[in-house]
Design a binder for this molecule. Sequence first.
Ligand SMILES: Nc1ncnc2c1ncn2[C@@H]1O[C@H](COP(=O)(O)OP(=O)(O)OP(=O)(O)O)[C@@H](O)[C@H]1O
Length: 236
Amino acid sequence: MNNQQQLLHCSGVKKIYGKGESRTEALRGVDFSLQAGEMTAIMGPSGCGKTTLLHCLSGMDKVTSGEIWFRDRPVHSLKENEKDSLRGTSMGFVFQNYNLIPVLTAVENVELPLLSQGVSPGESRKKAVDALGKVGLYERRFHKPAHMSGGQQQRVAIARAIVHNPGIVWADEPTGALDRETTGKVMQLIHHLNREEGTAFVIVTHDPDIAAMTSRIVYMDSGKIIHEKSGSGRGM
Ligand SMILES: Nc1ncnc2c1ncn2[C@@H]1O[C@H](COP(=O)(O)OP(=O)(O)OP(=O)(O)O)[C@@H](O)[C@H]1O
C-alpha cells in the first residue's frame, strides 16, 4: 500500500562513533525519503552502516550532523523524552532476537508499550489481544516466550511493534534467526500488515530473497546509499 504521502525525509546524515584511533565514520552523508505505507529493504555488506542508519532515523541514536524529519517532527533536534514519545506513538521495532521479556506472557509483552505510554490497563489488554489476533496467536496469548517456537516469538514481537498502530516499523534482520519456512510465514505476515494496516516497514536484511519481497531495495556501502531498485513487492 502506498498513499504517496511523505513519512520520513533525511538529508546529509552523518554519524561518527568514537575519537582518535577508534573514530569510525558509520554514516557519511545519507539522503533518503520514505513514503507512508512503503515497504523497503536495506542491504549492504557487514559494517556498511545499515543498523546505524536505522538507529539514527528512528531517533534511537543521535546523528553527528544532518537532518531527519518524521512527518513534521525534526528527529535530529528533539530532546530524548520527545524522541521516546515519538517512538512510543508512531514507531514499532522488531529485532533479530525478538527481545521479548521472558517472565511475561505474550499478551503482557504486547501490552507493555501501551501501559508505558499511559494507556489504561483495560484498553491496553484489549489492544494487545487484538494485535495477537492479527498475527495469528490469539490462542497462545497466555504463553511465555520460552514455551513458543522462534517463529511464534517473532510474531509476538511483531504484535508488540504494531499494537499502537504506528506509521512505521523498523525491523533489523527480523528473520535472521528463523528457518526458511518460518521466514516465509513471517514475511507473509509483514506483507499482510503492510497491505491491511498501511504500516510502512523498513527491513534491514542480508537475504536477497527477503529484499526481493519488498517494493524498494536500498543498497548501502561504506556509510552511504549507493543504489536502489524496485523489488517484486510480493510475498514468498
Ligand atoms: N556503538 C558503536 N560504537 C562504535 N562503532 C560502532 C558502533 N556501532 C557501530 N559501529 C561501527 O559503525 C560501522 C557501521 O556499523 P553497523 O552496525 O551500522 O553496520 P551494519 O551494516 O548494520 O553491519 P552488519 O550487517 O554486520 O550488522 C561499523 O564499522 C561498526 O563497527
